[in-house]
Design a protein around this ligand. Structure first.
Ligand SMILES: [Zn+2]
Length: 151
């Protein structure tokens, strides 16, 4: 990495630190030529994913929105932040692994609810009642029945 001050190429890494849930690496560097100290960031290149929404519009996929939805869903649970982040990472991985682009917002909702159904039936019910089309008691009943089909 070239020094931003003197453009010299002989710089040395002094410290390396993980940031933001280990998704970003920050390095402190030192230039041997002019003594300038600076930082560099290293992050994974996340592929672009476009989401087709139900109203016909589209937007860039925002993993953060799913994290917020999960945090809301587990608000009243004793589940740890670390636990929620792990579940979030798992869901994001599945979404990026989907074939066929763009992905629909409905498909994303299905993936999230399916993962929740496996880890926590009550969180699943809470999630679908907020984010999916549950308008009548029988909608809710069929959501509950889809849980008992597995067990
Ligand atoms: Zn320099």
């Amino acid at each position: 990495m070239r020094c931003p001050e003197c453009q010299h190429s002989d710089t040395k890494v002094m410290a390396t630190r993980l940031q933001e849930n280990a998704m970003v690496i920050r390095r402190r560097r030192y230039c041997h030529h002019c003594g300038h100290r600076f930082s560099t960031l290293e992050a994974c290149c996340v592929p672009d994913l476009v989401v087709n929404k139900r109203d016909g519009s589209c937007e860039a996929f925002a993993p953060q929105k799913i994290l917020i939805a999960l945090q809301k869903t587990f608000k009243k649970d004793a589940r740890s932040e670390e636990n929620i982040r792990q579940l979030h990472q798992q869901i994001i991985k599945i979404i990026y692994g989907q074939e066929g682009r763009p992905i629909t917002s409905q498909r994303i909702g299905d993936i999230v609810s399916e993962q929740l159904r496996q880890v926590d039936p009550m969180a699943y019910i809470r999630f679908v009642s907020v984010y999916k089309d549950i308008r009548t008691p029988s909608d809710l009943l069929s959501a509950v029945q889809s849980i008992s089909q597995d067990s």
